[in-house]
Design a protein around this ligand. Structure first.
Ligand SMILES: CC(=O)N[C@H]1[C@@H](OP(=O)(O)OP(=O)(O)OC[C@H]2O[C@@H](n3ccc(=O)[nH]c3=O)[C@H](O)[C@@H]2O)O[C@H](CO)[C@@H](O)[C@@H]1O[C@H](C)C(=O)N[C@@H](C)C(=O)N[C@H](CCC(=O)O)C(=O)O
Ligand SMILES: Nc1ncnc2c1ncn2[C@@H]1O[C@H](COP(=O)(O)OP(=O)(O)OP(=O)(O)O)[C@@H](O)[C@H]1O
Ligand SMILES: N[C@H](CCC[C@H](N)C(=O)O)C(=O)O
Ligand SMILES: [Mg+2]
Length: 483
């Protein structure tokens, strides 16, 4: 694409760019190819401007950087006040196509589940749908493992174009606070947005909870077009504030939950691994069956149904399809059952509120003890550690503290910070051994939860990701215990 056209109205380009053709763009010099525009931004670790010469050596033909950056290069330099935002807009212009109906969901917990549920509702009603998020990308023709919750803007734009090329018309995606803050979604043409809840997470990145909330609200204040529907869960401490913000910027706010204006949860009965609800809808009361345990899953299902409804799915169909929903991988997922009939769940709770919800969710059908295996990630918000230790100690009967992606930190130090608040908890650093111990001591009536890694397929120690799956380890432990 012609560079002058690519930059037009998005960034200030020198006058002589009419003849420069761009074959791609990237924020990472390591990904530059022949004929690329290199976007040099200052990051949390380094200043991308340091890599302009590397980018040039790899074939970059122009640079986009901030208005005030001092750069020395003979490549043409395009300037913008906010080069991350400009990069997202340029990527959208470069790749052009996107699924016709794009929906993004934000909040501390439930995004992956909702993105998956929404894709399943759309698919069940005959649409070609995809979901994009922490667990990867799922579409009628792919099931790719993911790394980031919200991909970088260029990868995202490329992905959306390729989904459109596959014939996908509806796509749901997760908007992480990092993603919103770093302008990764600013090129996405959104039809609707959703909000789940706000809890303690990522306070290593955001200065405090208030700024974390403000970042999340960027979905409504910046990313949704004026008048677009915003589906908000009513049952969180932050729901009122989120409704206020979304209403204030002119979103068409529809709420779901106990006091929902679109979908109101009137009665909820928990059975062992499913729940039955009565939901008040604009078309009257409808019975809803959800084949998943945990009240939080009902909340997620209602947000997903709400998002389907505001993007055109009939109310009755949206709620009926919930009966066949599959949980997202590693979200309170039964990974196996011991010989004594003890269910062993793998769950992605790696933050306080999630852990609390999951421990509460299994209590109604646990006649014996709740046995929990948990840890906390290295190089991530350290203040979560004692909070999660305290919750584990208060809500589980047996707690085994183990490793969960120590990354560059000393795993023993991470464990000790959890242990300091975890009462009688036991410490078994080796996650495989910890899972084996939990499964080994489970008796009929107990429930085992292995928390923190969910769908992940590796244990990150230093910078090496060692293959590791909680699902596999649970199955192995069950087999070994039976033998
Ligand atoms: C803290 C964080 O979010 N960092 C993201 C951010 O990096 P940054 O801009 O701060 O990077 P930096 O290392 O300081 O480098 C600055 C710039 O120089 C560039 N560079 C760097 C080295 C080089 O050799 N050449 C080069 O061009 C980098 O590509 C970057 O553009 O922008 C990059 C490009 O989009 C992201 O890849 C990177 O994600 C890192 C890998 C990451 O781990 N992010 C996590 C924390 C994250 O985003 N998580 C959220 C939430 C998860 C959830 O709870 O669901 C997510 O959406 O996944
Ligand atoms: N609505 C909810 N309220 C509280 N906890 C939840 C809710 N939904 C899911 N959880 C808990 O949070 C974990 C992560 O759920 P999910 O992956 O759907 O959320 P997420 O917002 O995508 O999280 P992440 O930001 O880590 O990717 C689940 O395994 C469960 O423990
Ligand atoms: N997207 C989350 C994943 C955390 C998963 C947990 N297993 C950990 O390593 O802390 C993050 O990067 O904070
Ligand atoms: Mg997620």
């Amino acid at each position: 694409m012609n560079l002058a056209r690519l930059a037009n109205g998005i960034a200030h380009a020198p006058d002589n760019l009419d003849k420069t053709e761009i074959s791609g763009l990237t924020l990472d010099s390591r990904a530059v190819g022949e004929g690329f525009l290199f976007v040099a931004v200052s990051g949390s670790k380094v200043d991308g401007a340091r890599f302009i010469e590397d980018a040039k050596a790899k074939g970059a033909v122009a640079v986009l950087t901030s208005s005030d950056a001092v750069v020395e290069t003979d490549l043409p330099v395009i300037r913008a006040d906010n080069p991350r935002l400009s990069a997202a807009k340029m990527a959208a212009r470069f790749y052009e196509k996107q699924p016709e109906t794009m929906v993004a969901v934000t909040g501390t917990a439930g995004k992956t589940s909702i993105a998956s549920f929404l894709r399943q509702i759309w698919t069940a009603t005959g649409l070609k749908a995809a979901s994009i998020g922490t667990t990867g990308v799922v579409s009628p023709s792919r099931n790719d493992y993911g790394t980031l919750t919200t991909p970088d803007p260029v990868a995202l734009a490329e992905l959306l174009a390729s989904l459109e090329g596959e014939g996908v018309t509806h796509a749901s995606m997760e908007a992480s606070s990092h993603g919103i803050d770093q302008f990764r979604l600013d090129g996405v043409r959104l039809a609707a947005g959703g909000f789940t809840n706000l809890g303690h997470d990522h306070l290593d990145y955001h200065p405090d909870l208030e700024s974390y909330f403000t970042a999340k609200m960027g979905l409504f204040t910046r990313l949704l077009p004026k008048g677009a529907p915003a589906v908000i869960n009513t049952d969180d401490q932050w729901s009122g504030r989120a409704i206020e913000v979304a209403t204030g910027v002119g979103c068409d706010v529809r709420t779901v939950g106990r006091n929902g204006s679109l979908l109101a949860l009137k009665r909820l009965e928990h059975e062992r691994e499913r729940q039955v609800a009565e939901v008040k809808t604009p078309d009257g009361i409808q019975r809803v069956v959800l084949p998943l345990a945990g009240e939080f899953q009902m909340s997620n299902a209602l947000v997903a149904a709400g998002l389907a409804i505001v993007t055109g799915t009939p109310v009755k169909a949206a709620l009926e399809t919930l009966e066949n929903l599959k949980g997202a991988s590693g979200r309170l997922e039964k990974a196996g059952m011991t010989a004594g009939g003890v269910p062993v769940f793998v769950d992605y709770a790696h933050k306080p509120e999630a852990l609390e919800h999951v421990l509460r969710a299994v209590r109604p059908f646990t006649t014996g003890r709740v046995i929990l295996v948990m840890g906390c990630g290295g190089d991530r918000d350290k203040t979560k550690r004692p909070m999660m230790g305290e919750i584990a100690n208060r809500l589980a009967d047996v707690v085994i503290v183990t490793d969960d992606n120590p990354r560059s930190e000393d795993p023993a130090v991470i464990r000790s910070e959890i242990m300091a608040a975890a009462g009688e908890a036991r410490e078994i650093g080796d996650r495989r051994e910890a899972i084996r111990a939990a499964v080994g001591e489970a008796r009929t009536g107990d429930t085992v939860i292995v928390a923190g890694k969910g769908h992940e397929t590796g244990q990150m120690v230093g910078s090496i990701n060692h293959p590791f799956s909680d699902h596999e380890e649970v199955r192995r432990a069950i087999t070994e215990t039976k033998a």
